[in-house]
Design a protein around this ligand. Structure first.
Ligand code: BGC
Length: 845
């Protein structure tokens, strides 16, 4: 037995952690079966060797999120963590790690924000700088704590500090601005120069559907402190103040939607003094999620000369990021790179669907061999058109696509015998990567890239199978709560740059659903505590919008967005009654509040919301289900929501299931669902005796289906079922993204039903393994790295036999529901193999 993956607040050896009572998690790995932790002991020692916490040996099976309960943590201090564990097999093991606190509070910054007084119309990125000397003695540790209103990048002595992009990230800047902690050990000399370049970014850049500038402010600024600790314990702090200077350098223009202009011939401009600006530092907090990094570099695949004579490079994969180019140009040679997701029917670069986003980077050469990449812009693209290079200068090996997103840890894998399904899984993961760039965005390419709550909500379960999203969503939920109001509820996008709009069903319900998902997946009660007011506040707001019948039947709704059952609809809301949907979600969210209140020990609230839930259900039935049990809006999505959210009595279910079955059959076993019905459609079928039908819909290859896009060569999930129409035409450029994860929500069904990996108790402390094969797939191999460790399911069928391998992590138990048999077993951790004759129809290729 051994321990691995010791984590402090989900992170491995985090630096700059400002959580006063951090929680520790570890995984137990063992070859034995039925291993359970019987006790643990955690000791925490500060950097001076002083023990600040000893949990002593605790008889407990808790191995995730064990809360620190020692002396108050001190700012800018490293702590060693030692964990010792005993199991029921009389084994014992230990592991260790560390964490380092940041400033612990924004008000601990002694530096000030500084800005410039360049003319307002100036587009160039200011560079703030300062020179400083060290004392003549050895340095033990150097840290930089920094943030900006805008986006920033730091150089020390000409070298980039750290490997993160788009700092300080996008939050509700009016209330929350994150700072970052950097390790600068080994970068300092006797005499030093620190330079901080700041771009407009989300703070003051051109952003939103109307490409509005100055959304949060009309001037960028920066705040930083360098903390130098000498070997003798002495400290020196260099901080932003009026002694800093500001100038401009090669980045002449940078906007997220538009792109960047880097002129390496630019020879410096006048130098001005920086000016201090007032800022309420209590708004500053440590970075809450993993930062954005370049997580992969993809080589160029092929060069195409288009009918319009464009020089197009294909990277073979739609992605989010930018291109790094190696070039030796003439001084002043101007190279332009335009980005696109697809080529049009004729094979030319297609950029119309980017709308106002220019997505164009320009590099001006200085005559030397140079490597260019932009700093403060990102694009959603698979293809680039290169202008300004002679043909012999365009060498594929000189172009690399840098993939950028929040650096989440991958947690899941799904593979099966059907290559089209494997490509779908790859597309889902790529759309997640492409759209988890600091906030969950709808799409990464056009003039949008906003934190649409509905998209995030419908995809959240799937997201949590593929990557560890606890920190990513937690940060975003903090912003969601900070944007929520009593008058308008929860906004449609977070951070909210739209202003005041009343919350909408299925979108604003992210407030209840996403924390609930996180709790189920990670067993993290603190997330529920932190979000409780927001969770409850959303339902209270809805109640305030209800009429006398206790139902929410007012306010703008997106409905079953982009559903196909009313294709001609200008409003794009689908055919399902939008208020049926609204009240289905109202009931569901209320049900969640009741459960959350119960978990948090708030019995009175729990009773209150349970009662409200019953009332909503009753009113829902009176309004939307006839006396004989017919739904008033008979669409696939209406049936799916009513069944999935359990809104009718047992005796009424059968008729609705039958209606759903008919609705699917009517469309020749194809879906017609939009954003809100799609995530649950296959689940509802599988759970109501129609798994075979679910399998059929899932494996359709013609329009509309998931594999339709795959067959057309998609490498990410599309916004619309027909982003490319069956006749080869592209959908309207007004709304046609080729990288939108909402329909990727089927990933949840793939992991849960096809592979059979489900959580029965929060955090996967108890697991349900219930693979449900379908015709057309003869084997599945899937893994999920749960908070307790790896869950693995592999099944295959051959000659009417099924072969099944299952791995259950230590310190958990599982219910194993063996497919094609009536066997249900409770098992402990370990490896299991089964093979037996199938009683039901086998899967076949
Ligand atoms: C976005 C969606 C979003 C929707 C709201 C679109 O422009 O791309 O994904 O949820 O607006 O209806």
């Amino acid at each position: 037995m051994y321990l691995k993956d010791l984590r402090t607040e989900y992170r491995e050896n985090p630096i700059g952690l400002d959580v006063p009572r951090p929680r520790f998690s570890w995984k137990i790995v063992s070859n034995e079966r039925n291993v359970v932790q019987t006790a643990y002991r955690i000791t925490v020692t500060d950097e001076h060797g002083k023990k600040v916490w000893d949990s002593t040996r605790r008889q407990s099976d808790q191995s995730i999120l064990v809360e620190y309960a020692g002396e108050d943590l001190q700012p800018c201090t490293a702590y060693n963590v030692q964990v010792e564990v005993w199991d029921n097999k009389l084994n014992n093991a230990s592991t260790s790690g560390f964490f380092e606190t940041g400033l612990l509070s924004g008000t601990n910054f002694t530096a000030d924000f500084i800005s410039h007084d360049f003319p307002a119309e100036e587009t160039v990125c200011p560079v703030f700088f300062k020179e400083f000397s060290l004392k003549d003695k050895p340095v033990k540790k150097a840290r930089v704590y920094a943030t900006a209103l805008g986006l920033y990048e730091i150089k020390i002595n000409g070298k980039r500090l750290g490997d993160i992009f788009f700092a300080p990230g996008w939050t509700n800047y009016k209330k929350r601005v994150q700072y970052q902690t950097y390790v600068a050990d080994g970068m300092l000399q006797n005499h030093n120069k620190i330079e901080i370049t700041v771009a407009n970014g989300w703070y003051k850049g051109i952003f939103g559907l109307k490409c509005t500038p100055n959304i949060y402010g009309d001037k960028v600024s920066v705040l930083a402190e360098i903390h130098i600790t000498y070997a003798d314990g002495a400290k020196q702090i260099i901080k932003t103040d009026e002694s800093w200077k500001v100038t401009t350098k090669s980045i002449r223009y940078s906007e997220i939607y538009m792109g960047e202009i880097v002129d390496s011939t630019f020879k410096g401009e006048k130098i001005c003094s920086a000016a201090r600006i007032d800022f309420d530092k209590s708004r500053i907090l440590a970075q809450e999620s993993e930062p954005v990094r370049i997580t992969e570099r993809l080589p160029a695949k092929r060069l195409i000369v288009s009918p319009k004579q464009e020089r197009i490079i294909d990277f073979g994969q739609n992605l989010t990021g930018f291109v790094e180019m190696r070039v030796m140009g003439k001084p002043g040679q101007r190279i332009t790179i335009r980005h696109a997701e697809v080529l049009d029917k004729q094979g030319n670069l297609y950029t119309e669907n980017l709308r106002q986003a220019r997505a164009t980077d320009v590099f001006i050469c200085n005559g030397e061999e140079q490597i260019f990449m932009p700093h403060f812009t990102f694009h959603g693209f698979r293809y680039i058109a290169v202008d300004g290079l002679e043909d012999e200068q365009i060498r594929l090996e000189n172009f690399t696509a840098c993939v950028l997103h929040t650096d989440m840890e991958p947690t899941g894998s799904f593979n099966c015998s059907n290559e089209l399904v494997n490509q779908l899984q790859s597309n889902i993961r790529w759309s997640q990567r492409s759209n988890f760039l600091d906030i969950p965005t709808d799409c990464p390419q056009r003039d949008e890239r906003l934190g649409w709550t509905g998209d995030a909500q419908v995809f959240s379960w799937t997201a949590a199978y593929n990557y560890s999203v606890a920190l990513f969503f937690r940060k975003w939920l903090h912003d969601l709560a900070s944007e929520q109001t009593k008058e308008f509820g929860v906004p449609h996008i977070v951070p909210n740059i739209f202003g005041e709009h009343r919350g909408a069903a299925g979108w604003s319900d992210a407030a209840t659903i996403v924390p609930w998902v996180l709790y189920q997946v990670y067993g993290d009660k603190r997330i529920l505590e932190e979000q409780y007011e927001s969770i409850k506040g959303w339902v209270d707001y809805l109640t305030s919008r209800c009429g006398e019948n206790g139902l929410w039947q007012t306010d703008f709704q997106y409905g079953d967005w982009l559903a196909l059952d009313r294709e001609s609809s200008e409003s794009r809301t689908g055919a399902t009654d939008v208020y049926l949907i609204a009240n289905a979600f109202y009931a569901y969210s209320t049900h969640i509040v009741g459960k959350v209140a119960r978990i948090l020990g708030k019995a009175e609230d729990a009773d209150k919301y349970d009662e409200l839930y019953r009332k909503i259900k009753k009113a829902f039935n009176e309004e939307y289900v006839t006396a004989t049990g017919r739904l008033v809006s008979e669409t696939q999505t209406a049936c799916v929501l009513v069944l999935h959210f359990n809104l009718v009595d047992e005796k009424r279910r059968e008729r609705i299931i039958k209606t759903l079955q008919n609705k699917v059959a009517e469309h020749n076993y194809h879906l017609t669902t939009g954003f809100l019905g799609t995530p649950y459609l296959l689940h509802v079928l599988s759970e109501n005796g129609l798994h075979e039908m679910a399998g059929k819909i899932f494996l359709q290859q013609d329009y509309p289906s998931w594999l339709y896009a795959v067959k057309l060569g998609a490498t990410t999930v599309w916004e619309r079922w027909d982003s490319i129409r069956p006749n080869g035409d592209l959908q309207s450029p007004m709304m046609n993204s080729f990288n939108h994860y909402a329909y990727g929500s089927v990933g949840d069904w793939m992991y849960r039903k096809l592979a059979g990996i489900n959580q029965l108790e929060p955090g996967y402390k108890k697991i349900l393994i219930k693979p449900q094969p379908i015709e057309g797939i003869s084997w599945v191999k899937a893994t999920f790295n749960s908070p307790y460790g790896l869950i693995r399911v592999e099944w295959s069928t051959k000659n009417k036999k099924i072969f099944l391998d299952v791995e259950i992590p230590a310190n958990t138990t599982a219910i194993l529901d063996l497919p094609g048999s009536n066997r249900v077993e409770e098992i402990g951790s370990g490896f299991y193999h089964f093979e037996y004759d199938l009683a039901v129809k086998e899967g076949s290729e």
